[in-house]
Design a protein around this ligand. Structure first.
Ligand code: NAD
Length: 298
């Protein structure tokens, strides 16, 4: 069993770290919010004096942070300000970054790891908070074969599907493609359910029909955006996240930047991006991303 420093105990990181504890790993809980640390300590995690202290005795560091700037600042530091963590890791732990970030930042952390003789995988996840709690996440990994081999048994305690997408940054590219598709089918599902409801159909019945037909997709099957069709989905819980509009807008921003860089046509991705950014601008960034149905139903 490994000693693991887990940084970022939010909606996803909290349940992921808990699964590592349940699997018998020794976990140091690190977050800016003390109540999240305390909550995991009550479940068996260790409290460290500081992040720097925790990593000294850790075999693995896992990060589950909001965006690229948080990951870069933690590992690489900031110009003329704080030192990056990488320079302090004389014990050379394996680094697993499971945050969803841009591939360029992931590659720059990989480069710095290589310079310091440290193995790293970028390993963003899919599945949402339910899969994080159930330990059934999908991990999409980027990095060399040695780092991937080392990461696999650790990721196995948190996920059901572990893919080696390719070299450094490839996990983030796979995640970016997946989340653009997720946004598109969430919006499409919302449009279909709203159209049916406006024609007098019961959204639960319409959902059942489409689930047995060619419109079947993950948003409809696992995360129905229409209130009270699926008791466990955020739609039946005042659109509490789940997966925030802010994070989906971030992911679509990464996809749109990359589409420009690689001259890839993404007309539906662009439309989805604009809808989520509008929602964010109207002050609804903290709602679950399935609340896009409310905008369609207005
Ligand atoms: P969150 O905002 O709930 O959690 C992030 C946590 O990181 C917070 O608790 C915050 O306090 C902590 N944090 C930020 N900077 C820190 C620092 N320097 N040191 C220590 N802690 C720090 O976000 P989340 O929903 O858990 O998402 C985390 C990542 O996972 C994001 O990149 C997101 O895009 C991705 N993701 C989320 C979902 C989902 O359904 N929520 C699904 C797949 C991927």
């Amino acid at each position: 069993m490994a000693t693991i420093t887990f940084v970022g105990l939010g909606n996803m990181g909290g349940p992921m770290a808990l699964n590592l504890i349940k699997a018998g790993h020794s976990v140091y809980a690190i977050d800016l919010m003390p109540e999240l640390v305390e909550s995991l300590v009550r479940e068996g995690a260790h409290k460290a004096q500081s992040l720097e202290d925790a990593v000294k005795t850790s075999d693995v560091i896992i990060t589950m942070l909001p965006a690229g700037k948080h990951v870069a600042s933690l590992f690489l530091g900031e110009p003329n300000a704080k030192q990056g963590l990488l320079e302090q890791l004389s014990n050379k732990p394996l680094i697993i970054d499971s945050s969803t970030i841009d591939a360029a930042t992931a590659r720059s952390v990989h480069d710095a790891c290589r310079e310091n003789g440290i193995d790293m995988v970028d390993a963003p996840v899919s599945g949402g908070v339910a899969a994080a709690a159930a330990g059934s996440l999908t991990f999409m990994c980027g990095g060399d074969a040695v780092a991937f081999e080392k990461a696999q048994p650790i990721l196995g305690a948190m996920g059901a599907n572990i893919f080696h997408a390719g070299p450094e940054g490839a996990g983030q590219v796979a995640k970016m493609c997946n989340n653009m598709l997720l946004a598109i089918h969430m919006i499409g599902t919302s449009e279909a359910l709203n159209l049916g409801a406006n024609n007098g159909l019961d959204p639960s019945v319409l959902s059942e029909i489409m689930l047995a037909s060619s419109g079947k997709n993950w948003s409809l099957e696992k995360y129905n955006p229409y209130p009270n069709v699926m008791p466990t989905s955020p739609a039946s819980n005042d659109y509490r996240p789940g997966f925030m509009v802010d994070l989906m807008a971030k992911d679509l921003g990464l996809a749109m930047e990359n589409a420009v860089e690689t001259s890839s046509k993404t007309p539906l991705g662009r439309a989805a991006h604009d809808m989520y950014v509008d929602k964010q601008d109207s002050g609804e960034g903290k709602k679950d991303f399935s609340s896009i149905l409310e905008d369609i139903a207005k």
